[in-house]
Design a protein around this ligand. Structure first.
Ligand code: AMP
Ligand code: GLY
Length: 424
């Protein structure tokens, strides 16, 4: 069986390593992959947004399954193009990927189908947004660019001036390009956050093990928002009772709502939840596996990932009993110093073996390249160091021990991943 995974980050490496465990012994390709991924898959120099290039490669090489993982190609309609070419895919089509591609769409969907989410208004003119913010006069207030913005299109404004500046940056200066043509202005919620990735074939939804992301660059949730600096799974704040409530009020209603809208969602749907005093609320949907959530969730998956993907494609997911390992997983992201603002690339990484691995942990490569048998840094987030343990503390201990052995000039990682979770 030949599988092509589209993308080049730590999440893609985690998907590839899990696919490699399949009893079907697949031959795996990555477009474009990275230095570390090249040890687990054949990397092909085709960009993750190059729809025509990916379709052509998949056809010519008789690929049996294409797994599209990043948001951009999904929102651009890569799955539609592959399906038109009769190639089996994993991932939502364009009509369904809008659940992440447009926050205005997802907020309106939740309002229409009574799915708990922060109260909000949407605007397409900056003066109307400013007028609303001034009349509302309650801070903090949350401002979100409508479209994709590399996870950076959310501003939590603490006061009037920050809110007005935020609107101007997004809507007038177009800091996130056309993503800022419309904005959502919403109520500020409080409570622990939980990421729940769920497999769905559009009819049934099977949540994976829950997780917790750490989005800020520095310890104690200080510094700028990043793509994610570390994760743990399962998330101890997410009790069985909350899971049941989330299933009834959020997961199933979302799947049914998408079907009713003629936008049946097939693939992995990511629910970003906040556990508020009023129960679980949706902060955001993503139309894909989370990064770095996948780096702690998939290592705990016991069942064969290819079986799951095939059941989703055939819309027979209800027939499958998905099994998970006991215990916990922790992932510490090792980043380039200066990330997420500016950082250098090309630093030689020490502490990895010839295949980019390290004893006792799973090393997921996010931003590396391979030159003369040496791994060099090639991005902001460089490695994800994942460890499994009987409990969260032992997983964290193993991951952090490995981080001490792996190094490069100006390496940076948070030292407090999992501390919030350990407090419960
Ligand atoms: P998002 O990109 O939508 O996940 O938002 C980034 C982060 O902003 C979330 O993980 C939350 O920590 C925070 N956030 C987003 N919306 C809200 C809200 N309505 N209230 C409080 N925090 C929020
Ligand atoms: N970790 C958040 C995301 O994947 O968007």
């Amino acid at each position: 069986m030949k599988i092509l995974v589209v993308g080049s980050g730590g999440r893609e490496h985690a998907v590839i390593k899990k696919l490699k465990e399949s009893r079907r012994n697949p031959e795996i390709y990555a477009c474009p992959g990275n230095g570390g991924i090249s040890k687990d898959a054949k990397c092909v120099d085709i960009g993750a947004k190059d729809i025509d290039g990916v379709v052509k490669f998949a056809k010519e090489n008789k690929i049996d399954l294409v797994v599209v993982t990043p948001d951009d190609p999904l929102v651009l309609g890569m799955v539609d193009a592959l399906e038109d070419a009769r190639i089996k895919t994993f991932g939502p089509n364009k009509a369904a990927a809008i659940i992440e591609g447009s926050k205005v769409f997802s907020k309106n969907l939740m309002k229409k189908y009574n799915i708990p989410t922060a109260a909000y208004e949407t605007f397409d003119k900056p003066e109307d947004a400013i007028d609303y913010i001034e009349k509302n006069n309650t801070y903090p207030i949350v401002i979100k660019a409508d479209g994709l913005a590399l996870g950076k299109g959310v501003i939590i404004a603490q006061n009037h001036d920050e809110a007005i500046n935020g609107i101007k940056e997004i809507m007038e200066d177009k800091k996130f390009g056309a993503s800022g043509n419309h904005v959502v202005v919403e109520e500020f919620l409080t409570g622990p956050e939980v990421s729940v990735l769920a497999f769905t074939d559009g009819k049934v939804v099977k949540p994976m093990v829950s997780s917790m992301d750490h989005k800020r660059a520095l310890d104690n949730d200080k510094g700028l928002n990043t793509g994610g600096m570390g994760t743990v799974a399962p998330n101890p704040c997410y009790t069985d009772e909350i899971e049941k409530e989330a299933m009834e009020k959020i997961f199933l209603p979302t799947i049914k709502a998408m079907e009713k809208e003629g936008r049946t969602f097939k693939g992995c749907l990511y629910f970003g939840l906040m556990l508020t005093p009023k129960g679980p609320y949706v902060i955001e949907y993503n139309c894909r596996f989370g990064d770095p959530e996948t780096q702690v969730v998939l290592p705990l998956l016991e069942s064969d990932l290819i079986d799951i993907m095939e059941h989703i494609s055939a819309e027979t997911l209800s027939e499958m009993d998905i099994k998970w390992k006991k215990g916990s997983a922790a992932c510490v992201i090792m980043a380039s110093g200066g990330y997420p603002v500016s950082y250098e690339k090309g630093k030689e990484i020490s502490g990895l073996d010839l295949n980019g691995n390290h004893d006792g942990v799973i090393v997921y490569h996010a931003g590396t390249k391979l030159e003369n048998d040496k791994f060099l840094t090639n991005g902001g987030r460089v490695l994800g160091i994942t460890a499994l343990g009987d409990n969260l503390q032992s997983a964290l201990d193993k991951a952090y021990k490995a981080c001490e052995d792996i190094s490069w000039e100006k390496v940076h990682y948070r030292k407090d991943i999992g501390q919030r979770a350990l407090r419960g």
